[in-house]
Design a protein around this ligand. Structure first.
Ligand SMILES: C[S@@+](CC[C@H](N)C(=O)[O-])C[C@H]1O[C@@H](n2cnc3c(N)ncnc32)[C@H](O)[C@@H]1O
Length: 204
């Protein structure tokens, strides 16, 4: 399968302004909850894991893109990531007290995103947390944010854009979370209400 993230080395620079407040909020949540075993699912360049590591917090990442993982394993702060499919992750049930995924679900088909979410639930210990960050496009989203996100997504390739449009049309994250054993404990909006961060507790 072709790696759609070949330009990985520019990825963090390109997105920095858009994501830095979100990365900082995740750092705050991690510090507050003192998670010890953290898994970043679809970790990409490992940018979030590097920020955590800079503050003395270790985590593990998985991603399918070798180009993204090369960036994760280079630079001043390196993080250990594995090439693994998020739909079928090779760790035991309940191995982590926090699993997170940021900006990955919207680019998958509904069935793939559901499989990824189910894997995160499986890997998270009971009563522990999942953090999910993704687009949230609705009437509360500022029109310029809608247009900017649409532009970024339409430049990301045909399948990616198709899945993004389906994700938005089907009410994205809320639909994915229906019938899941997850209770929302925190919610924050970013990018003029174009992005949502949810902290969810695994209840059973
Ligand atoms: C938009 S990037 C987000 C990366 C990172 N989470 C961030 O916030 O910058 C989506 C990532 O999901 C990864 N990905 C997509 N499908 C995957 C799968 N089935 N298994 C593992 N990684 C996957 C891609 O390789 C890419 O690195």
């Amino acid at each position: 399968m072709e790696d759609e993230y070949k330009s990985a080395k520019y990825y963090d620079k390109f997105l920095h302004l858009f994501v830095w407040r979100i990365r900082k909020k995740i750092l705050q949540i991690v510090k507050k909850n003192q998670y010890k075993k953290i898994l970043d699912v679809c970790c990409g360049t490992g940018n979030q894991l590097k920020i955590l590591k800079k503050h003395g917090i270790d985590g593990t990442g998985i991603d399918l893109s070798k180009a993204m993982l090369e960036v994760a394993e280079s630079g001043k702060i390196k993080v250990k990531c594995h090439v693994q499919d998020a739909e079928n992750i090779n760790f035991n049930d309940g191995s982590f007290d926090m699993t997170m995924t940021t900006f990955a679900l919207h680019e998958k088909s509904h069935s793939s995103a559901k499989k990824i979410l189910n894997e995160m639930i499986r890997l998270t210990r009971e009563n522990c947390h999942l953090i999910i960050v993704d687009f949230s496009i609705d009437n509360n989203t500022f029109f310029l944010a809608k247009a900017g996100i649409k532009f970024i997504e339409s430049s990301a390739g045909e399948d990616h854009y198709k899945h993004y449009k389906e994700y938005v049309a089907s009410n994205g994250l809320d639909t994915l979370l229906e019938d899941s054993p997850l209770k929302e404990v925190e919610k924050h909006y970013f990018a003029f209400n174009g992005v949502v961060l949810k902290v969810l507790q695994k209840t059973k």
